[in-house]
Design a protein around this ligand. Structure first.
Ligand SMILES: Nc1nc2c(ncn2[C@@H]2O[C@H](COP(=O)(O)OP(=O)(O)OP(=O)(O)O)[C@@H](O)[C@H]2O)c(=O)[nH]1
Ligand SMILES: [Mg+2]
Length: 216
C-alpha cells in the first residue's frame, strides 16, 4: 500500500551547492572525481531517480550550470544549508504546485544510495513530516525530504536563530530518520554519505571510487 507519498519519483530534486567550499579552497562542484566533476556526477545520480529536472541551488553568478536551472538563495548572507532548503521550498511551491515535499542532496557526497528518495519517502505520513538520511550512527540532514508547507516557519527561524544549527530546526518538527547501511568494498566499509570537504577528502574519494568500481 502506498504511503502518504504515492510516487517518490515525482518529488522535485534540488542540488545544494550554495556553500563557500572554504575548506576545499576552490568550488567543490567543479572538483574532479575520476573523470567526472562532482556537479555532473551528483546531478546525474539524483536526476536518474526523478521525473522532474534537477534544480541547482547556487550563487546567482555561476556561469557553468551544465544546463541545470539555477536557483539562488532567496535570503542573503550565506546562512547555511537550510537557506538552500528554504530556497528549494519557495521554488517548489511555485513551480511544482502539486508537490508536498522536495528532496535535497549536497554537492559533495558522491556515493549516496540510488534508492535514496524512495527510502526517504517510505516513512512520510503527512504533509508536514520531514525525512532525513542517517548512516553509521550519524544523521545527514542535507539529504532530506522537506515539506513545502514549512517554508514560512523555516524562514522565520533562519532570520531569528543566530546559531542556525540544523538539529535545532529539526527539533521543532516531526522528523523521520532513515538509516542506510555501509557499502562493503575491498578496502573496507564505505559510508554511503561520505562527504568531501578538503583536498584530502577528495583523494580519499578517488580511492573509494576505485574500490567501488572493482566491486562491479
Ligand atoms: N544554499 C546554500 N547552501 C549552502 C550554504 N552553506 C553550505 N551550503 C551547502 O550545504 C552543503 C554542506 O555544506 P558544507 O559541506 O559545509 O560545504 P561548504 O559550506 O561549501 O564548505 P565549507 O566552506 O568548507 O564549509 C553543501 O552542499 C553546500 O553547498 C549556504 O549558505 N547556502
Ligand atoms: Mg560549510
Amino acid at each position: 500500500m502506498p504511503g502518504f507519498i504515492a510516487d517518490p519519483t515525482e518529488i522535485p530534486p534540488f542540488l545544494l551547492a550554495g556553500g563557500r567550499s572554504s575548506r576545499m579552497g576552490a568550488n567543490k562542484a567543479f572538483a574532479l572525481l575520476g573523470h567526472e566533476r562532482l556537479l555532473t556526477r551528483i546531478a546525474t545520480r539524483i536526476g536518474q531517480q526523478q521525473t522532474i529536472p534537477v534544480a541547482l541551488n547556487a550563487d546567482a553568478d555561476w556561469l557553468d550550470t551544465e544546463g541545470l536551472r539555477l536557483v539562488p538563495d532567496t535570503i542573503t548572507g550565506k546562512l547555511g544549508p537550510l537557506a538552500g532548503v528554504l530556497t528549494a521550498m519557495r521554488h517548489a511551491a511555485v513551480h511544482c504546485p502539486h508537490a508536498s515535499h522536495l528532496v535535497t542532496v549536497p554537492i559533495d557526497s558522491p556515493f549516496f544510495p540510488i534508492d535514496l528518495v524512495a527510502r526517504l519517502a517510505e516513512p512520510i505520513e503527512g504533509r508536514d513530516d520531514i525525512a532525513i538520511a542517517a548512516s553509521l550512527g550519524r544523521d545527514h540532514p542535507v539529504f532530506g525530504l522537506w515539506p513545502v508547507s514549512l517554508a514560512d516557519d523555516l524562514e522565520a527561524w533562519l532570520l531569528a536563530d543566530e546559531k542556525r544549527r540544523v538539529r535545532d530546526f529539526l527539533a521543532r518538527h516531526l522528523v523521520r530518520t532513515v538509516d542506510f547501511p555501509a557499502i562493503e568494498t575491498m578496502i573496507g566499509p564505505l559510508d554511503p554519505f561520505f562527504n568531501i570537504n578538503t583536498p584530502d577528502d577528495l583523494l580519499d574519494a578517488g580511492r573509494w571510487l576505485a574500490a567501488l568500481e572493482s566491486n562491479q
